[in-house]
Design a protein around this ligand. Structure first.
Ligand SMILES: Cc1cc2nc3c(=O)[nH]c(=O)nc-3n(C[C@H](O)[C@H](O)[C@H](O)COP(=O)(O)OP(=O)(O)OC[C@H]3O[C@@H](n4cnc5c(N)ncnc54)[C@H](O)[C@@H]3O)c2cc1C
Length: 452
């Protein structure tokens, strides 16, 4: 049976190679160079549109953990990336042209590539063929419109305005208090725990914070973004610029929040909202921003109680097409509406080069399992790949997400703080190896065993 893949980016190429190496017939549709996206520059498959780094290889880094898992799984694109390395300390950085040329060559050797923009998914006969949509964050508008009518328009997101997400581990609970606005006390006037964490600011701190926000470096606004940007929500730095009190009457309003240490409303409050049920990740409410990432870290650490926190996911505001996967997709990223329609890559809500490669692998693997009459596979939640894809298919409020330790379940043993990440990585990799032995033995045989 033919598998059609639309989008020859990182996810589409990985998926195509996975399937064709197992003898499955694949046809890949890529619109470049016939139609370019606003950021791609070449006609090569798997072009890296921005940085040439696939991030850290260290196991105490979430992306490092994910890459180690992909090595165990024998990811095709990760193998090619390793052949195209340039020196970058502890990171895997590549010669971007060599990388995309080699991926293109590997795909061309075994797969039919059709250089055409797919504008309507109804072009495919989903009774007799599979379709994988892997068109990425810059999916062409006509295809997005076709998906909107096939799926449901309100389940598609075109613009990404995301507040930063922080690791809860280093939040200073001596300063930050838990309370919900106007709902802090029970019927006996006793304090009750709230869902939100609140970072109180006095006048001086607030003014310094506003000053820093105004002066901080922002990313430039690309032409193609202008017509969408700021339509729906203002970045925090723009609110800060509009007047000294603007934030205090907007996202930093303190009304209805009493600091239990002073018994009074603070001058301003930054609220933190839980990002996951276990409370390992929090987002900064109303903090969508276009600040550069280094600036976000500096500014967030100016907030009382957040001086030492790690940022798990930086805020962004850019065009980013993705679907509401928890509503629309099964755990294996197949559509709930049509079982032969799959989604892979950033369009599913994963974010990042390596994450997109991983999702292409995952979809390829599950289509293959189905074709072979085998059970579908989801990876254990202790693995980065398992927890990331679980987030995409089950989150209550999906936002494009890259690999991070906040997604993983807590350790069951006590481990000093400094060693927790490495320990989570080791646990995940051990579980992945055991899982592979039990499920996809062939993959394990193919894989080069690595000391991790
Ligand atoms: C501006 C920008 C910068 C980014 N920088 C980074 C970074 O530095 N590091 C990082 O880790 N991640 C980055 N990302 C995030 C992201 O993970 C990457 O964009 C990644 O390439 C996504 O992989 P993908 O396979 O889902 O999509 P892509 O790699 O974008 O591939 C999708 C492919 O589909 C094609 N296509 C689109 N519509 C159609 C259609 N209708 N018909 C046929 N083909 C179509 C496109 O031409 C493209 O080749 C960035 C994203 C953006 C938008």
């Amino acid at each position: 049976m033919m598998v059609n893949i639309v989008g020859g980016g990182l996810a589409g190429s990985e998926c195509a190679l996975y399937l064709s190496e197992r003898g499955v017939k694949v046809r890949l549709f890529e619109m470049r160079p016939v139609k370019m996206t606003p950021v791609h520059q070449t006609a090569f498959l798997s072009e890296l549109v921005c940085s040439n780094s696939l991030k850290s290889e260290m196991i105490e880094n979430a992306s490092g953990m994910l890459k180690n898992e992909l090595t165990l799984l024998n990811s095709r694109l990760l193998n090619i990336a390793n052949q195209c390395r340039v020196k970058a300390g502890k990171a895997l950085a590549v010669d971007r042209n060599l990388f995309s040329q080699k991926v293109t060559q590997a795909v061309e050797e075994r797969i039919e590539i059709v250089r055409e923009e797919i504008t309507d998914i109804r072009k495919f006969n989903l009774k007799d063929e599979y379709l994988v949509v892997a068109t990425g964050p810059l999916t062409s508008e006509s295809l997005m419109a076709s998906l909107a009518s096939f799926l449901k328009s309100e389940e598609l997101f075109f613009f990404d305005a995301v507040s930063p997400i922080i690791d809860s581990e280093e939040i200073d609970k001596e300063i930050v208090f838990s309370a919900d606005r106007y709902d802090q006390f029970d019927e006996f006037h006793q304090p009750k725990a709230g869902d939100y964490l609140n970072c109180p600011m006095d006048k001086n701190t607030y003014e310094q914070f506003q000053e820093a926000l105004i002066k901080a470096d922002c990313l430039p606004v690309e032409d193609f973004e202008k017509k969408h940007l700021f339509d729906r929500c203002q970045p925090i730095e723009e609110i800060a610029k509009s007047g000294v009190d603007a934030m205090r009457f907007g996202p930093l309003k303190p009304v209805g929040l009493i600091d239990p240490r002073t018994g009074k409303e603070p001058y301003a409050v930054v609220q933190l909202r839980k990002e996951n049920n276990s409370g390992t990740m929090y987002n900064l409410v109303g903090f969508q921003t276009r600040l550069k990432w280094s600036e976000q870290k500096r500014i967030i650490r100016m907030i009382p109680g957040l001086e030492h926190v790690d940022v798990l996911r930086y805020g962004v505001m850019h065009k980013n097409a993705y679907i509401n996967s928890p509503i629309l997709l099964h755990d294996d990223f197949s559509s709930k509406k049509c079982s032969r329609l799959y989604f892979a890559g950033q369009i599913t809500g994963v974010e990042g080069y390596v994450e997109s490669i991983a999702s292409g692998y995952f979809v390829g693997m599950n289509i293959y399992q189905e074709l072979m009459g085998l059970e579908k596979i989801t990876f254990p939640l202790e693995t980065m790949i398992g927890s990331l894809f679980n987030y995409c298919s089950h989150s209550d409020d999906l936002k494009p997400m890259y690999a991070n330790f906040g997604l993983l379940p807590d350790l069951r043993i006590r481990v000093p703080k400094k060693k927790r990440r490495a320990e989570k990585s080791k646990r995940g990799l051990h579980i992945m190896k055991e899982f592979l032995k039990g499920t996809i033995k062939q993959e394990l045989n193919d894989a080069k065993e690595k000391d991790v």
